[in-house]
Design a protein around this ligand. Structure first.
Ligand SMILES: Cc1cc2nc3c(=O)[nH]c(=O)nc-3n(C[C@H](O)[C@H](O)[C@H](O)COP(=O)(O)OP(=O)(O)OC[C@H]3O[C@@H](n4cnc5c(N)ncnc54)[C@H](O)[C@@H]3O)c2cc1C
Ligand code: SF4
Ligand code: SF4
Length: 618
């Protein structure tokens, strides 16, 4: 970055929000209708513009609102409380939950890496056949555990829902939404967050001023609402500045990859049907199929940080998932409509940061709201936003500042008294068992769920780089080291990742491309994600110390990259192509080289950046 002091324009507002995900949507949907009286006069007066209503701005990184990625099936308690007359017919791709199934998927191709115990269980299931309702290499659990039920809930497209909320908000005229505007950082002075700085435009890839340079504006705000999701740069900056509460950590993650597909004309899937699966393509990979109206479905998988494979490609695994005979019987003949990937913070409440401080408040997944027992984050994020909005209204009506103390008394106290916190506490150790294997993990979830969190399966959470073996160790006994070294050289010479080659070498069948649903990763970027990045912005994925990359073994950032945006290079330092990045953030937490000065950080810096997915169907 240039060392020259840069003159920046600035603006004063009352409230500035970072990110427009479900959390901020819940915040604004609760706040906006209460800011103006029926005659248009301010119900809550601005402090920075006396006589005007509270000045509330929201900056979203993506080029439009609704370009996020998520399932979604949700119980929708918070969402329904905000919209008591919610009519799903008004929201594209929305429908009430009509039925739920949990399925264990067996391995139909013989390539999945299963333990001896799991293989024995699989053999027994196959032998029992119809007695256990074994069909298409899958068995349906006789019941859906109560804690997983989304009875009375909603199947939504996150993108469509967010666009619908956005239009409701804009109709109020009370708040401003600015998509295509990444926030570079929070302005922190004397331990107080005093607003945000928007990203510079017209720079080279390193962030130095270039043709058409436009310095990012400083937005001074009385309250900064940080709702930038699990890997947001502003949330992580605040974590670095203020630390995490004792005992809290952020070491468990998953990357979720998902497609929206147009089902074949003869599809028998009913809108509102929800399938949850586990066991395939690898035992550790959970998956889902949610059916929307109009012959559309969302299908996706989660690759968790505790899946000990250095070949962690979510795209390729998603293709094997949809080819599983149980799902393929429904999906054959479908067309890809959209695709994307996103990180999920799987620490839940254990990953909760300090929720408030002078001048700022944290909401949504980045604030530890996701429930890791039920696998739900949307309604939880929404509700934390709504709780903060109630607090802001209360403080504004009393003319009180947004100080740490006042936000504790109004926002944090509401949150602690709510179902989000209560259920988050129950769930907080639900996934610990997965640290030492799938079966212990599943037992742990059942134990937590059945005892309301009183009993849990113990497990020491490890950072991905502490547990994922290198590629030689992982394939030891299956592929000779010399062969891996040779394949690796071949792939690097082509600038390609290793995962396809190694998976096929271990028996995974090649993907039978059909040009409609089964397409190459590059085609998915163009057709499904419509991924692009405008010129004139700095690279948001930065390899901090090139020497660490040169010394790095597997270069897991290349293997995990959801957009094939990180590729190997002859120098040993990978290359990053901003035009292909879907902003999933998986490279950040998968990087296998921790920094000496701070083992919670890796050699990748994931900064605020422009571009990414351009589809509002996800
Ligand atoms: C594949 C997948 C399936 C899922 N399925 C379900 C499900 O079925 N049910 C469920 O309840 N939950 C599900 N989840 C989880 C759910 O998506 C999240 O918990 C939820 O989206 C969190 O909302 P949020 O508002 O906190 O954060 P996010 O949704 O991450 O939103 C944060 C927003 O901030 C923006 N942003 C980030 N940095 C900046 C910046 N610097 N400047 C400006 N903007 C910024 C981002 O672009 C984003 O729009 C799923 C997640 C995935 C990945
Ligand atoms: S970014 Fe991390 S994982 Fe990638 S090559 Fe560098 S050190 Fe290795
Ligand atoms: S480079 Fe982009 S697409 Fe690739 S893993 Fe990182 S954030 Fe995801």
């Amino acid at each position: 970055m240039s060392e020259q002091p840069i003159e920046r324009q600035s603006m004063d507002v009352d409230v500035v929000c970072v990110g427009f995900g479900p959390a901020t949507a819940g915040f604004l949907a609760t706040l906006a209708p209460r800011l103006l009286n029926e005659d248009g006069t301010p119900a809550i007066e601005s402090t920075v513009m006396p006589g005007m209503p509270l000045q509330v701005l929201c900056y979203e990184r993506a080029d439009d609102i609704g370009f996020g990625v998520s399932g979604i099936v949700t119980r929708g308690r918070g969402i329904r409380a905000s919209f008591p007359k919610l009519n799903t017919a008004e929201i594209p791709m929305a429908t009430p939950v009509a039925g739920e199934k949990v399925l264990y998927l067996l391995d139909p191709v013989g390539a999945s890496r299963r333990s001896l115990t799991l293989r024995a269980a699989d053999r027994m299931i196959r032998a029992l056949g119809p007695l256990v309702r074994f069909e298409d290499h899958a068995i349906e659990l006789p019941f859906t555990p109560e804690f997983l039920h989304k009875r009375g809930g909603l199947v939504l497209s996150m993108g469509q829902f967010m666009q619908w909320v956005g239009s409701q908000l804009m109709a109020t005229g009370a708040v401003q939404l600015w998509p295509g505007t990444p926030v570079a950082e929070a302005l922190v002075k004397d331990n107080r967050v005093a607003g945000v700085r928007l990203i510079d435009q017209g720079t080279d890839r390193q962030g130095n001023p270039d043709a058409g340079f436009l310095p990012g504006m400083d937005i001074h705000a009385r309250l900064t609402v940080v709702g930038d999701g699990p890997v947001g740069a502003v949330g992580r900056q605040i974590d670095s500045q203020f630390g995490l509460p004792p005992g809290h950590h952020r070491v468990e993650w998953a990357v979720g990859a998902k497609m929206v597909v147009e089902l074949p004309e003869n599809s028998t899937l009913e809108p509102g049907m929800v399938l949850h699966t586990f066991g395939y393509p690898e035992p550790e990979i959970f998956g889902f199929l949610y059916v929307h109206p109009d012959r559309l479905a969302s299908v996706g998988i989660f690759v968790p940080s505790w899946f000990d494979s250095p070949v962690r490609t979510s795209y390729r695994y998603l293709q094997h998932y949809i080819l599983h005979p149980y799902l393929w019987k429904y999906l054959k003949g479908s067309k890809l409509r959209s695709w994307g990937a996103k990180s999920l913070l799987e620490c839940g409440r254990v990953g909760e940061p300090y929720l408030v401080g002078d001048g700022y408040a944290r909401i949504g997944e980045g604030s530890g709201s996701t429930n890791v027992l039920t696998g739900s984050g949307v309604d939880e994020a929404w509700s934390t936003g709504a709780q903060l909005a109630d607090a802001v209204l209360e403080l504004s009506r009393q003319n009180k500042p947004f100080s740490h103390e006042n936000l504790e008394a109004t926002y944090v106290s509401r949150r602690r008294a709510s179902w989000v916190d209560r259920e988050g506490r129950i769930a907080q150790h639900a996934r610990d068992g997965f640290q030492s294997g799938l079966l212990r993990g599943l037992l742990g979830m059942a134990l937590t769920g059945l005892t309301n969190g009183r009993l849990n399966m113990p497990g020491e959470p490890l950072r991905p780089y502490e547990r994922i073996p290198d590629v030689y160790e992982y394939y030891d006994g299956r592929i000779p080291a010399e062969e891996i070294a040779r394949l690796r050289e071949d792939c690097a010479a082509r600038g390609a990742s290793l995962h396809d080659t190694l998976m096929e070498r271990c028996g995974w069948p090649a993907i039978p491309y059909d040009g409609e649903l089964l397409i190459s990763h590059q085609d998915a970027l163009l057709i499904g994600g419509k991924v692009q990045a405008p010129p004139g912005y700095p690279d948001h994925v930065v390899f901090l110390y090139p020497s660490l990359c040169e010394a790095c073994g597997t270069k897991i950032c290349v293997e995990v990259c959801s957009g094939e945006a990180i590729t190997p290079s002859a120098s040993g330092v990978p290359q990053f192509d901003r035009d292909k990045c879907v902003h999933c953030g998986a490279c950040l937490w998968n990087c296998e080289m921790p920094l000496e000065e701070n083992p919670d950080k890796t050699n990748i810096d994931f900064r605020a950046g422009a571009g990414g997915l351009h589809s509002a169907e996800n």
